[in-house]
Design a protein around this ligand. Structure first.
Ligand SMILES: [Zn+2]
Length: 184
């Protein structure tokens, strides 16, 4: 996806510093897709604007990048807050897409995940799910040996497994599902 290549390139500033970039993947009324580049930044972090959709468009996914000044960390997947935030996203926004280095990562919502959200909401505990996902990630990250991005990868897979999200990753245009609802 050319938009991802551009976001990744723009994540590296001329002075050598880095800045997360991102935007929204939207579906047009006719069924085609379009990428809307976002402007929101809070220091290094990309702040999604879930309301940035055009007339007759609907939000399908939020896209962002993970650039690092230490290029050894390129290729690191989603953060704990990236995944936990899915608990507060609309059901109709099914995708979170991330680019780091030559890797693209996608997390997709499932009906099972929607049911977990509904359960927490029924208990009047919407924040409880955020906390549970965040803690699951951080506990696995802390307990895992390896490089920064290896630890992240293990944590992301565990959270997706536990909370029934589908997880895809790959280089270029080919993504492979690495964790999903029917993976034992
Ligand atoms: Zn992130």
């Amino acid at each position: 996806m050319a938009a991802l290549d551009l976001l990744w390139k723009d994540s590296h500033l001329a002075d050598g510093s880095v800045q997360e970039q991102g935007g929204n993947l939207v579906r047009n009324y006719g069924g085609s897709y379009e990428f809307r580049r976002g402007k929101g930044h809070n220091s290094r972090q990309f702040e999604p604007d879930y309301n940035d959709v055009g007339w007759s468009q609907s939000l399908v996914g939020v896209v962002h990048t993970h650039p690092y000044t230490n290029r050894d960390n390129d290729g690191a997947s989603f953060s704990s807050s990236d995944l936990a935030s899915i608990s507060a996203e609309e059901e109709s926004q099914t995708l979170n897409i991330l680019r780091s280095g030559d890797m693209t990562f996608v997390v997709a919502r499932t009906k099972e995940f929607d049911k977990i959200v509904a359960r927490y909401e029924a208990d009047n505990n919407a924040n409880g799910l955020y906390r549970a996902m965040y803690d699951c990630y951080e506990n696995v990250f802390a307990a895992t040996e390896g490089t920064y991005k290896e630890k992240i990868e293990v944590a992301v897979r565990r959270v997706c497994q536990e909370f029934h999200l589908e997880y895809y990753e790959g280089r270029g245009a080919t993504l492979t599902r690495v964790t999903g609802t029917d993976v034992p």
